[in-house]
Design a protein around this ligand. Sequence first.
Ligand SMILES: Nc1nc2c(c(=O)[nH]1)N(C=O)[C@@H](CNc1ccc(C(=O)N[C@@H](CCC(=O)O)C(=O)O)cc1)CN2
Ligand SMILES: Nc1ncnc2c1ncn2[C@@H]1O[C@H](COP(=O)(O)OP(=O)(O)OP(=O)(O)O)[C@@H](O)[C@H]1O
Length: 197
Amino acid sequence: MTDEVDSQKRALRAEVRERRRTRTSTRRDHDAEAITQRLEELTERLGATTVAAYLSLPDEPPTREFVHWAHERGIRVLLPVSREDGLLDWAPYDGDDEVEDVVGMPTPMTELLGPIAINDADLIVVPAASVDRGGMRIGWGRGYFDKTLGSMDRCPPVYAVIFDDELVDSVPRERHDMPVNGVVTPGGVIDLDTSRP
Ligand SMILES: Nc1nc2c(c(=O)[nH]1)N(C=O)[C@@H](CNc1ccc(C(=O)N[C@@H](CCC(=O)O)C(=O)O)cc1)CN2
Ligand SMILES: Nc1ncnc2c1ncn2[C@@H]1O[C@H](COP(=O)(O)OP(=O)(O)OP(=O)(O)O)[C@@H](O)[C@H]1O
């Protein structure tokens, strides 16, 4: 990657990380409820029966309530398990205990399915630092989701979960960056025009 784009991405990630860290708990609780509701609406609108999602960390837009909701409804939820080689394995959520994967992210203790298990998903919910109006997304810098999405031949709808102020006009981009079809924010589900240059 070019150093220029790399450092722009780093700066943007640091900004988002800092903003997330300093959100008030009132704001956080309000956003948590709204995001859960939006994710449920989206899942119902798409009639998804298998959803790929992730277990949020405390500062991330919360996905845990949604994961519980889906599991309780009999929707199959696949969660990522980071691998040393930069790919993601997937593990089905079973409502039970979690452990940390090789990069310290929360993950279930259930059976490990390989990277191609994500092909079963009819909705993919991904983390992001920021997304622009053309659907270009910046993640947390290891390329896990770019590689995963880039390897799929028939990709279902992909939505990033972000806070409202993380949807921006444009993000620095590189050739390997994969667009998302929309974002889920406390303010609503927004479908994006990925054909925008
Ligand atoms: N809750 C959750 N689970 C997830 C992700 C996520 O973003 N959130 N992932 C989403 O990919 C994968 C793990 N991705 C990771 C990506 C980067 C780093 C990391 O340590 N990054 C460096 C440098 C980042 C930077 O350039 O600013 C760092 O934070 O020091 C860790 C895990 C899979 N599971
Ligand atoms: N499809 C790919 N094939 C090979 N390397 C890739 C691919 N996608 C990304 N990478 C590499 O992964 C690293 C991180 O990429 P980038 O900064 O775009 O990550 P990101 O979008 O923030 O992360 P993520 O996709 O995990 O959310 C870069 O070194 C990049 O070259």
